[in-house]
Design a binder for this molecule. Structure first.
Ligand code: AHR
Length: 306
């Protein structure tokens, strides 16, 4: 494990309570809502003041949100960066202002900002591995030729970049798997449906959909059904996140495979903050373990899905 050396970073004094910022990306899906709730619940439990902002899907607003947290002199900032490049500058600005930043769930461009130097650490899933797991599952379970439509996440975000890379690396060189098209649905349900409708017209022979999140997969299912196709049977559906709605769709046989991306960050995020204040060495990356769901275990997993 690589450990962040806190030397270049702003110090966080040990205090009974903190005023901490949480700069959220957007709130348009159950995953984000679960993440926010987990952060708010934990702050409340600890008696910390949480300064919460919602960038509403705009990287520019999120940069301004971080600016406002700096102006309010929060003790530390939890940041879920919408896109890799624009938020790297915000991280550096906070550091220059003497405020430690912990990245949650999404990363910034590693060539622009580094753990242990510009921010304390990154806490979240291994997005490359998530994409790999989908690709490996497909290679193992596909009978015959797979003709795949890939619905990409938000352009310029680390989960979109990494889930694509992991998947494409895992299926590269496999003659049975052909990617027909890859297009962004911006991690949103309705955009996923619209994009799927268009791509279905261009590629009526599609028999696999890989969506970078549940929301786009649910949108794609609506488009498939409107076109008279049976999701889960005529067209295999795979996604990442693992919220209750998609796990139920696995139980119903409309979705074939889901890799979880755990949104419950609160306990780990605040424990890391306290460790940092106590002067403990913090790993450069703290990776959340993720489950997966298939027809075999979905029913049992439903109760604990977010
Ligand atoms: O960064 C994690 C991704 O962002 C989740 O998969 C998605 O649902 C969310 O908007």
């Amino acid at each position: 494990t690589v450990f962040a050396v806190a030397q270049g970073l702003p110090k966080l004094p040990q205090k009974a309570t903190y005023k901490v910022g949480f700069a959220q990306t957007e709130s348009n899906n159950p995953w984000r809502i679960a993440q926010t709730k987990s952060m708010q619940d934990e702050a409340k439990k600890l008696g910390y003041q949480l300064v919460y902002t919602d960038a509403a899907g705009s990287a520019a607003k999120q940069v301004a949100d971080v600016d406002s947290m700096i102006a309010q002199r929060v003790d530390a900032i939890f940041l879920a960066p919408r896109e890799e490049k624009p938020l790297a500058a915000a991280v550096k600005k906070a550091r220059a202002a003497g405020i430690p930043v912990i990245l949650l769930d999404r990363n910034v461009d590693p060539s622009l900002a580094k753990p242990g130097q510009d921010y304390v650490t990154f806490i979240g899933s291994d997005f490359i591995q998530e994409g790999q797991r989908v690709g490996q599952w497909l290679a193992k379970n596909m009978k015959g030729q797979a003709r795949v439509i890939q619905l990409l996440g938000t352009t310029g975000s680390s989960p979109a970049n990494d889930r694509r890379k992991g998947f494409e690396d895992a299926v590269k060189g496999n003659a049975n798997i052909k990617i027909l098209a890859s297009q962004t649905g911006d991690f949103a349900r309705d955009k996923g449906r619209q994009v799927m409708e268009t791509l279905l017209q261009a590629h009526p022979d599609v028999n696999v959909v890989y969506a970078h999140n549940d929301e786009m997969a649910i949108g794609a299912i609506a488009a498939l059904e409107a076109a008279g196709k049976k999701p889960g049977k005529d067209v295999m559906v795979m996604s990442i996140d693992g919220g209750k709605e998609i796990v139920q769709l696995v139980v119903d046989g409309k979705v074939n495979y889901v890799v979880e991306c755990n949104p419950r960050f609160g306990p780990k995020a605040f424990a890391t903050l306290k460790d940092y204040a106590a002067g403990k060495k913090i790993p450069a990356k703290i990776i959340n373990p993720d489950r997966d769901y298939t027809a075999q275990n979905a029913k049992a997993g439903l109760a604990s899905a977010y």
